[in-house]
Design a protein around this ligand. Sequence first.
Ligand code: ADP
Ligand code: MG
Length: 362
Amino acid sequence: MITVRNLCKRYGSLEVLRGISTEIRKGEVVSIIGPSGCGKSTFLRCLNLLEIPSGGDILINGSSLLAGDADVAGARQRMNMVFQSFNLFAHLTVLENLTLGPIHLLGKNRAAAEGHALELLRLVGLAEKADRFPDELSGGQKQRVAIARCLAMDPEIILFDEPTSALDPTMVREVLSVIRRLAKEGMTMIIVTHEMDFARDVSHRVFYMDEGGIHEEGTPAQIFEAPQREKTRAFINRVRSYSCSLDSPDFDFYALNADLEAFCEKQILPRKARHNLLLLVEELLQLHKPRLANAPVVISVSYSEKTEILELQFEQEGPRFNPLEADDQEDDLGVILIRSFAEDIAYTREGDLNRLALVVRR
Ligand code: ADP
Ligand code: MG
């Protein structure tokens, strides 16, 4: 249905897309994942000619979109896009947002356009909001309206550019459910997303983009369970981390706590994991404190989205010191608490370095 041949896009000297070639079949759902800045949005924007490619060709059902006589407006209607930021018209009601294009661009009469619009609003669960203005809706509702507006143009292909990344976690689900439903109904879609679980279960194929191209592609099982290339593997198993070094017994405990809370929030960790992490850090600091004047302690926290393991590590140079070893232990309660908040505790010593690694219970 769509054939992309050696698609290139340059901004001045910046080569964003370096020759992408692929084919997308009718009814196929393709997810595009990859690090920020690798050209995912540029690729989608080139596909529907919001950006003019610097080279290569895009064909829909065999005819080139870049030929001199190509029907650009027609191509955009057949390959319609849903944006991260909704892009609804604020001064129009929900219904008017849906009928504007069909009436003015497709030449539909108002009654037919309104009838179809209501049907689509029902499909996305928002028929009762037809007369509201976008500002009266939640983010998730706005994005569902944007999807309905996209469908109102009778597209053959929908391009989604991170449709849920401007939404609060609670609203992500309602938007993904609508997209899932379209997938089930056989709509051809290309979806740029950071929602890995969603990409895994909705797509037929996944593209991992990096270095201006499709670095690796495969079925969700291939890409998520057995990626072949190093960069894909690193991205799929990526670990997010936070670390800090405390070098005085008078460190700012509240600032440290605030940083840890912010880290947990960013990773959308459950409350219990947050709670356990903060308590572990507090107890371990108590045990390390007497030695802080001699050597700094480095605290690192890492979270792997893939394995869902939250790991905490304390490192400090100096004589052998394992705070959890029972003898000469004054703060027994601290040790008991640490054992109850962590499920896997490993002490290692490398040269002068004491390292305590714990897996935080969640
Ligand atoms: P992604 O969507 O994967 O995060 P983008 O496609 O938005 O990445 O951007 C890819 C690269 O192209 C980035 O380095 C970005 O700064 C650059 N870029 C995007 N749009 C423009 C533009 N209009 N002018 C100049 N550089 C741009
Ligand atoms: Mg983008």
